[in-house]
Design a binder for this molecule. Sequence first.
Ligand code: UD1
Length: 343
Amino acid sequence: MKRKILVTGGTGYIGSHTTVELIEEGFEVIIIDNLCNSKADVVNRIHKITGVKPLLEVFDLCDQKKLDSFIQKHKDISAFIHFAAFKAVGESVNKPLDYYRNNLVSLINLLEVMKCYGIPDLVFSSSCTVYGQPEKLPVTEDAPLQPATSPYGNTKQIGEAIIRDTTISDKNIKAISLRYFNPIGAHASALIGELPEGVPENLVPYLTQTGIGIREELKVFGDDYDTSDGSCIRDYLHVVDLAKAHVIAIKRLIEGNNKTNYEVFNLGTGNGVSVLEAIRSFERVSGIKLKYKIVGRRAGDIEKIWADPSYANKELGWRTLSSLDEAMKTAWDWEKTIRSNKL
Ligand code: UD1
């Protein structure tokens, strides 16, 4: 019998790629998504890739009654992977209550049904944002967490604390928080990828939209940082590599190979890449000379951060396989597919 995994936010960017990897590893996936930032059609595209159409239930996880009656129908779920959350840093500053309610109430509701129905395992979508600007680079999991610079970042820190405390109080619950660095790219089929609403906030969608001519030029936020070329440094990893880490984490919990009831892993490549280097990578894979200009720093930006992924490498047997150029190429192929209306 196939193990059933509940993926919240499974039609979103990272959720859809993880759903594909889970199906390909023989899991049955059920998705809950309120479609506030994604489209139901994603399940048809997952079907095209895998030959399996995951069940999609459309409702908001903040609605505890709906979640409860959903779980009543699916008591055989083995584990949850929780992606569903708001994630725009700037928006979270203007709408903090929306962010706290949406990101935290949904998590609490999930943990309550886990306790109530004896569903033991949770993988949580966290972020390197919890480290702020680390003192030591590359950053390891035991680096001190810094006060969050946005309500969004705070929801990840509080979310992790809520999960940790729950696993301490209830020994039947086990969880893994995965701290992502900067996921980019799309599935090789170009059938799923990142679909930002309106003007993208993140670098790579802005880059590809500029390349295709939807945006006039990319603004590089600052060239006066203390880095090799003055632009900020991040650790960009291919979303498919990231998705595979979720499958490994779920298996680790289900098979009981976890070391403690609550574990945390950094997911990154271990390489720092500057904004200007990312632009050059895009130019290499697309053959396009990108229009960009240097502007002032973006408020709240971290100067430089990249992962020390050695704990995930060793404990999970996971590492990134795609290079920056390979990941960038899939982001570009995806952008071209969306704009050619092939989807
Ligand atoms: C941000 C969040 C992170 C969140 C992630 C996903 C912060 C500090 N971090 O990551 O918590 O998980 O988004 O939503 O806010 N850049 C430009 N021009 C652009 C866009 C970006 O130069 O038009 C630069 C930024 O200054 C930054 C780099 O590109 O140096 C990456 O930016 P972005 O893709 O927004 O990701 P983060 O800021 O790292």
